[in-house]
Every structure is written in C-alpha cells, then in structure tokens.
Design a protein around this ligand. Structure first.
Ligand code: 5GP
Length: 286
C-alpha cells in the first residue's frame, strides 16, 4: 500500500470503526459491556499445525485466530448467546473473501471455525458490535488497521521469508509501530500467536497481565508454512513478495504472486464501503 493512500485508508478505517461501535453503548465503560478489553489473536499457521493435526495447507503469514472480549480481573465471558447461531449469509461477499484468506481454518472447515469463534467469543461482544456482521467487520478492520504482517515486514522481519524471531524483536516492532506490548504464545520453542489488546474504545492498550507462554529469550522458530495461495496475494498486499526477499532456508521458493486482483482485498475506497455497510447494519440493529 502506498504510504499516503495507506494513511488515508487507516484514517478511514479508524473513523469507520468508531462509527461501527457507535450508538447507545459507545460511551459505556467496560463493566457495562460485560468485558473490559478486546484481544485480537493472530496465529502462525505452521506452529498451530505442529500443535494439532491440520488438514489444510498452511502459508507463511500470520492469520486471524479470533477477537475475544476479555475480563481484566475475572473469567473471560464465553458463549453469551447460544440462540444466535452463526450464518455466513449475514456476512458480505467482501468479508467472506477476506476471511477465507486472512481468517482461514487450517483444521476443518472455515464455517466450523468461524461458527466457533462467533458462538464462543463474538456473541459476548454484541454489546459493542451489535451483531455478527458488526463483529466480524470490526475484527477485519482492526486486523487491517494494525496489520501485523505489514508491520513485521517493514521492520526487517518479512513473514514470507522469516524462519525465526526473538520475543524482544516482535515486541519491539509492535511497541515501535503502535506503542503497546503484545502477548506472545509459543508451542515447543516455536512462535504460535501474537496477541494484541484494545480498550473498549478500540484503541490499542498493553495486554493486561502480560505473560504468554514463550520462555526462551533466544530465537523462536517460525516453522516454514508454505507458499501463500495466489488467490490470497491481494489480501496481503502490504507484504513484499517473497521473490524480493531471501528465500526461506527450507522449502521451495514461492512463485511470484499474480497482480492484485480486484476480487481480492478491496482497495481503500472499497474497504471503506465495506465498513460503511457493516456500520449501517450495526446501527440499523440498534
Ligand atoms: P478458541 O481458542 O478460539 O477457543 O478455539 C479455537 C477452536 O477452533 C479450536 O477448537 C480449534 O481446534 C479450532 N480451529 C479450527 N481451525 C483453526 C485454525 O486454523 N486455527 C485455530 N487457532 N483454531 C482452529
């Protein structure tokens, strides 16, 4: 993304996020909502698939695991409205297109994964996002505004080519870019998740409690996850293609991605339209 267009897009995304969460509850404090903050978990698919048996090919980029309404002091709320079942019909084609690349399930169906995330976590965020479209739209907007792959790539850690990272390096990059400390989780010495936290005003905050499960102060593996499917290239357009960076030590060199597809990640204007539609849906539900 070109810097000025990127900045404009981020401003639009931020403004629309505020609109998305607008309405009667926008001024509520965390306890009114039933949670205190939101945690955006992004995962390294190849590590996830070392921790469990997967049935889908992975790729060398962080993808979304979930957006979780959490409590700073007590149990995190889960399964808040079992009567509100997930329906992909409530999501726009643009949301579904992005999710199939940026929020992909590597174990079972996308529908199963998204349904789980909505039922367990999303229904608890309804006081802020009103409905399923508002929830998934907000998660996608946050992940775009705070683009982890792009931030790492622009600070010398291109996920398409990286094979390892230290905890200090990843934390340093997030602190530099967004001024906050994330939580890192690991599986057997490999980096599994980078978790970033947001207040109920959707501004980044240090993750409460700190912690994480990465004990090593040294290098954490980023196991090679494979090539990005060409159909996903336009959704990860902020990451320089792997042909422009050193090839990973293991695995074959990724083929060059195709030119950005208009059917892929929307251009900033289209992203704004997508968010506006989600905001309108959310406001209509008030
Ligand atoms: P959570 O950690 O959100 O409570 O649960 C995630 C659930 O989704 C687990 O049951 C996990 O097996 C399932 N799942 C399916 N596909 C994926 C995936 O690609 N990544 C992750 N993290 N979980 C997945």
């Amino acid at each position: 993304m070109q810097p000025d267009r990127g900045a404009a897009a981020h401003t639009i995304v931020a403004a629309l996020l505020l609109l998305l969460m607008g309405g009667a509850r926008a001024q509520s404090n965390g306890s009114d909502l039933g949670f205190d903050y939101l945690l955006l978990a992004r995962m390294w698919p190849a590590t996830f698939c070392e921790s469990t048996k997967c049935d889908q090919p992975t790729y060398n980029l962080f993808t979304i695991h979930g957006l979780w309404p959490n409590s700073a002091s007590g149990d995190d709320p889960v399964d808040c409205d079992k009567s509100d079942a997930f329906s992909r019909d409530l999501l726009t084609p643009e949301q579904l297109g992005r999710m199939s690349c940026e929020w992909k399930s590597f174990k079972g169906s996308n529908n199963g994964f998204w349904s789980h995330e909505w039922s367990k976590h999303g229904t608890c965020a309804k006081p802020l996002f009103q409905n399923e479209s508002g929830y998934f739209g907000a998660a996608l907007a946050l992940s775009e505004q705070y683009d982890l792959n792009e931030a790492l790539a622009s600070n010398g850690l291109n996920p398409l080519a990286a094979t390892a990272a230290t905890q200090a390096q990843v934390q340093g990059i997030l602190e530099k870019e967004w001024g906050v400390t994330p939580i890192l989780t690991c599986y057997k010495g490999a980096l599994q998740e980078v978790r970033m936290c947001f207040g109920t005003d959707l501004k980044p905050i240090d993750c409460p409690g700190g912690g994480g499960s990465c004990s090593s102060k040294g290098a954490l593996d980023l196991p090679y996850g494979g090539e990005m499917p060409p159909v996903c290239a336009s959704y990860f357009d902020g990451v320089p293609s792997a042909s422009n960076v050193a090839a990973p030590a293991t695995g074959s060199s990724p083929s060059p991605p195709p030119p950005p597809s208009r059917g892929g990640r929307p251009a900033p204007g289209a992203a704004a339209a997508l968010l506006l539609a989600a905001a309108a849906a959310a406001l209509a539900a008030l």
